[in-house]
Ligand binder design. Structure first.
Ligand code: UT7
Length: 330
């Protein structure tokens, strides 16, 4: 682990969600499910779905502009843009390059990373080390997903879970104490098939056959993922806290990946945290993968649940498997 040389603060956050709301009642008309099942098994009541003509870059750009405004930073001041996504506009070029153009960040280099639901914290960690080392000064980190575009709307096991959103954060060294105190990242590539989109890459290039076999949709072995998620999120949350020199009871707010209320509840219990100190908004957005944590950060800040000086922890788990946590003195 590289020891940070400069403090790295999150100086602005922003988010964007599509206007169209899809409720559990709407889903009852599409697949064999019920509001009662979805609510009790996941905690989700509704999710946002983008229009067919709205790609991830549109959501990402809007979230980015809001984060820049919150930070009081111009696009032209950015040195680096990292977009975490598994649903970029195209396999290449990167969605980050599209955002770079649209926010006027002509001095920034831009690239995407793929770490599924852990993508935002992975990107945050990368940006932190870059700023801390003095390689760059100002970074825009975005998590964006258009999961509705890779959702199999005939599969009740998955289609009730996901939504579309983008969240963004601006990072910079401020000379103040605090900021991002620790990040811890993990992967386990032996379990890739438990959560995947099998088609469209070099393994199963897009063809009539891959479309007929519905390979271009998310497939998940939900119950297996659930068990791994609970264990991994507790363990990495403790690890990041220890690295930051803090204990769970010192946290003002835990901002977990919003996949399932039962996973969030189990993680909070294992950390000994009351739910009043845990941020939850998955009832309104569902699982938005890499967008879920920055979307939650932005909402929590706007609701006054994150204030300057607060101790915050983000923790997440997703496909790969990948899991990660970060502790921040805001
Ligand atoms: O973001 C990345 C990480 N992702 C996650 O963390 C997601 C982790 N997994 C989960 O959140 C949960 O496993 C699910 C919500 C996906 C599923 O909950 P579960 O308690 O693990 O249920 P299950 O998969 O064991 O399924 C229980 C039953 C099955 O019926 P049988 O076989 O018992 O008759 C399913 O067919 O529930 C059935 N089922 C449904 N019923 C009504 C599955 N989906 C639905 C549905 N509506 N939408």
């Amino acid at each position: 682990m590289i020891a940070p040389k400069r403090d790295v603060h999150i100086i602005g956050v922003g988010s964007c969600t599509p206007g169209r709301v899809l409720t559990n009642r709407d889903l009852e008309k599409i697949v064999d499910t019920s509001d009662e099942w979805i609510t009790t098994r996941t905690g989700i009541k509704e999710r946002r779905i983008s229009d067919p003509g709205t790609p991830s870059s549109a959501l990402a750009t809007e979230a980015a502009l809001r984060a820049l405004q919150d930070a009081g930073v111009k696009g032209s001041e950015l040195d680096q843009i990292i977009v975490a996504t598994v649903t970029g506009d195209r396999p290449f070029p990167s969605t980050a390059c599209l955002v770079q153009d649209r926010v006027g960040a002509s001095s920034a280099h831009a690239f995407d990373i793929s770490a599924a639901c852990a993508g935002f914290v992975y990107a945050l960690s990368l940006a932190r080390t870059q700023v801390a080392a003095g390689a760059v000064d100002t970074v825009l980190v975005i998590g964006v997903e258009s999961l509705s575009k890779i959702t199999d709307w005939t599969d009740r096991n998955t289609c009730v879970l996901f939504g579309d959103a983008a969240g963004a954060a601006v990072l910079r060294s401020t000379g103040r104490p605090g900021g991002i105190l620790s990040t811890r990242l993990h992967s386990d590539g032996s379990l890739t098939n438990l959560l995947e989109m099998p088609g469209g890459g070099s393994l199963n290039p897009a063809s009539h056959e891959t479309v007929d076999r519905r390979l271009h949709y998310i497939r998940m072995s939900g119950n297996d993922v659930f068990k791994h998620a609970v264990r991994a999120m507790e363990s990495v949350a403790c690890e990041a806290l220890e690295a930051a020199g803090h204990k769970p009871e010192e946290l003002d707010l835990l901002v977990p990946h919003q996949a399932n209320y039962r996973i969030i509840d189990a993680t909070a219990r294992r950390l000994g945290l009351p739910m009043e100190r845990v941020f939850v908004n998955l009832d309104r957005y569902g699982n938005t993968s890499s967008a879920s944590i920055p979307l939650a950060l932005d909402e929590a800040k706007r609701q006054g649940r994150i204030k300057s000086g607060d101790l915050i922890e983000m923790v997440t788990f997703g496909g790969g498997f990948t899991w990660a946590a970060s502790v921040v003195r805001w």
